[in-house]
Write a protein that binds this ligand. Structure first.
Ligand SMILES: Cc1cc2nc3c(=O)[nH]c(=O)nc-3n(C[C@H](O)[C@H](O)[C@H](O)COP(=O)(O)O)c2cc1C
Length: 187
């Protein structure tokens, strides 16, 4: 079975990123995949005070372990000050290099209060995961005005955006299968 990890891209409590991630988890589960959530609220930030890059840190290793095993990643990314949240960059900077993202299919859902649904943040993030040799899935979804435009049970209230999201979910699963021939046998 395809294993997908959904990264809720902020450590802000009660975030829309987590609400969107939970919605996506249910949708992916319906497509015969095994979706988990990596919630950056739980990133062991105290363990990385002082910048121990390159050290073996047990708490960090267990936190990133599900990502290493995943066949594909969905990053739910809010926009903070015209970019993606700092905790998300910190998380990426503590991923083992180069195996974490290399050749890993990665899909993006942006969400923000603003009119552009974190377009800027997602495009910046695409540069970073592209640098780390991920396979960037080209169908991106941007949830604008997320506070009033998203419902955790029903999805996006705007019908066109919801259609894009449903297409993204279905096609991302196929994209993972196409890139991993062993998974195609299971389809
Ligand atoms: C530190 C911070 C900076 C923000 N900057 C922006 C921004 O640049 N553009 C925007 O549209 N919304 C911005 N917002 C609002 C977020 O888009 C809003 O909180 C939204 O719910 C997504 O974030 P969440 O997943 O933390 O809920 C910002 C919010 C925070 C906490």
């Amino acid at each position: 079975m395809i294993n997908i990890e959904i990264i809720s891209g902020t450590d802000r409590s009660n975030s829309n990123a987590l609400r969107v991630s939970r919605y996506l988890q249910k949708q992916y589960a319906e497509l015969d995949t095994d979706p988990g959530i990596i919630d950056l609220q739980d990133f062991p930030i105290d363990e990385v005070a002082g910048g121990p890059y390159g050290d073996d840190i047990d708490a960090v290793e267990s936190f990133v372990a599900p990502l290493l095993k995943a066949d594909g990643l969905v990053i739910v990314c809010p926009e903070y000050n015209g970019g993606y949240p700092g905790i998300l960059k910190l998380f990426i900077d503590y991923l083992p290099f180069p195996e974490s993202l290399s050749k890993k299919p990665v899909c993006f859902v942006g969400e923000a209060n603003g009119a552009f649904g974190a377009l800027r943040a997602v495009e910046q993030l695409q540069q970073v995961v592209g640098y780390r040799n991920a396979h960037v899935f080209p169908e991106r979804v941007f949830i604008s005005r997320v506070h009033k435009n998203f419902d955790e049970e029903e999805g996006i209230r705007d019908a066109f955006q919801q259609q894009l999201l449903e297409s993204q979910i279905k096609n991302f699963v196929q994209y993972i299968r196409d890139l991993a021939p062993s998974k195609m046998l299971e389809s």
